[in-house]
Design a protein around this ligand. Structure first.
Ligand code: ATP
Ligand code: MG
Length: 468
């Protein structure tokens, strides 16, 4: 899911860039021209002076590093994996950079291939592991632009220029992501004060923050995510442009934003990510309708609690290595506006099923303008929402039939969240909890008891018969 400099996204984005933004891209180039004249000198920490050990690097990554080294190339582990190792978390993946071109790197490894058309990387396969190898890259210098107007191609060409390790370091996003571990001497190379920032727990943009957010607005989400994941703060000048520039995210392809939302919410730190997004005014950009409900509805505390609890539950599931699905997450994130629209439709006298179908359709249509939602997830989301109106319908054999539905479990979890958040009175959730644990005799008793009691399990709203 790496988009850093990939041609597909860059070209997609550049098509959408407006003229002022392209001028900003030009300004970025100038800044980097200045930087690349001003070559940073690395602090080199020899193997006995840093904590990166080969023990923590995957076999596959070591094989790639050694393979390149033996073939006579420079080979470094770079970026997120080093950051994670130094902050005590398990790296998700290992990225390698080298001075070998993609063709040269591919020729070294049997199971490898070049991917990307303009921005080319090598994927090296080791069993189920994949290591991504990229060639040192530079921001373009002004002279590279000779003959290239700032058209759609401009950004792409700049992005693909090979460079030196120093240039490669300067075009990364944050200092904490710009460390290099050299397999030739096991030393750690720090070009931009990365170690100091890790120690100070600071997220600091390399270069001018505003320019670099304009160049790639996703960096704002990345900053918020790393702040959440690592428990770091943004440096003041890195934080300052985020709120004013947040709406630049609307220019990013929706599929890329969907991927970013998953990284924010489905990698074990959803609770902190939600807080971080709200703190930096990014949540309202990603989820505009929900954002509104969280600000100005009378139920805002309920919605805040609903999302927070869902985030806490998601983190707990990931910690226990249980599966999580984007559909459930998105069903929760969009529920405040589904609910609001549903109520409006019902108030107009529309029967429940079409009222829900319409609300869901409207909300999904609005949301996919910002973050895409693959069909397989939106179908499940609709089922979870739809189920909320059916869980009270438990007479006769209905409870048993509902329980057998593949979406029952998610819908039940969703109901518990709504009760917990105080959106609906408790009772129905408990009934279903008992029902699921009951043997057949107890089940019959539970269903029979429905006729006699009018208590907790009663729905707030009587729903007309379901229309199909
Ligand atoms: P994680 O894998 O936990 O999401 P990561 O830092 O490894 O974090 P990747 O998306 O895997 O992030 O990218 C690898 C490296 O590429 C980063 O560490 C950073 O140096 C660089 N990078 C990624 N995205 C960008 C970006 N948008 N702008 C500049 N550099 C980037
Ligand atoms: Mg990574």
């Amino acid at each position: 899911m790496r988009h850093f400099g990939k041609p597909e996204e860059v070209s997609h984005m550049s098509r959408k860039l407006s003229a002022p933004l392209l001028n900003m891209a030009n300004a970025v180039t100038r800044i980097f021209r200045k930087n690349s004249n001003d070559i940073p000198v690395p602090h080199i920490h020899s193997r006995e002076h840093h904590q990166i050990s080969r023990k923590h690097i995957s076999r596959a990554a070591l094989d790639v590093l050694y393979g390149l080294h033996k073939a006579g190339y420079d080979a470094y582990l770079v970026g997120g994996a080093l950051r994670d190792m130094l902050t005590g978390s398990e790296p998700k993946d290992f990225d390698v950079v080298t001075n070998a071109t993609p063709e040269q790197a591919r020729d070294i490894f049997r199971r490898s291939r070049i991917i990307g058309r303009r921005f080319r990387l090598v994927h090296v396969m080791f069993g189920r592991d994949m290591i991504e190898v990229s060639t040192f890259r530079a921001h373009n210098r002004e002279d590279d632009q000779a003959g290239h107007s700032l058209n759609d191609e401009g950004l792409i060409l700049r992005d693909n220029a090979y460079g030196t390790i120093e240039e490669d370091a300067l075009r990364r996003d944050f200092t904490i992501n710009a460390l290099y571990y050299n397999i030739a001497n096991f030393a750690l190379y720090d070009f931009v004060g990365s170690l100091k920032d890790i120690e100070r727990k600071q997220i600091r943009m390399i270069g001018d923050p505003e320019q670099r957010y304009r160049e790639d607005p996703v960096r704002m989400l990345r900053a918020a995510r790393f702040a959440a994941k690592l428990g770091f703060d943004m440096a003041a000048e890195t934080e300052k442009p985020v709120r004013p520039l947040a709406t630049l995210l609307y220019q990013v392809p929706s599929a890329r934003l969907f991927d970013e939302v998953l990284k924010l919410f489905l990698t074990g730190h959803a609770r902190a990510s939600f807080a971080s997004l709200q703190r930096y005014s990014l949540f309202d950009v990603l989820f505009p309708e929900t954002g509104k409900r969280l600000h100005d509805s009378d139920q805002r505390d309920i919605w805040q609690k609903l999302i927070e609890q869902a985030a806490i539950n998601t983190d707990a599931r990931i910690a226990q290595q249980k599966p999580v699905t984007p559909a459930f997450l998105y069903a929760v994130l969009l529920w405040p506006s589904v609910h609001t629209r549903l109520e409006k439709n019902l108030a107009k006298g529309v029967p429940y099923a079409p009222a829900m179908a319409k609300a869901a359709g409207q909300v999904l249509n609005e949301q996919i303008k910002v973050t895409s939602i693959p069909k397989r997830f939106s179908t499940t989301m609709r089922e979870i929402w739809d189920f909320q109106g059916r869980l009270d319908n438990r007479h006769g054999r209905r409870a048993e039939a509902l329980m057998e539905h593949p979406r029952f479990r998610a819908a039940y979890d969703f109901l518990l969240l709504r009760e917990h958040a105080g959106e609906i009175a408790p009772g129905l959730g408990d009934w279903w909890t008992h029902y699921q644990q009951a043997d057949s005799v107890e089940k019959e008793q539970l269903v029979r008891s429905l006729g006699q009691q009018s208590g907790g399990a009663k729905r707030r709203r009587r729903r007309p018969p379901r229309q199909t």
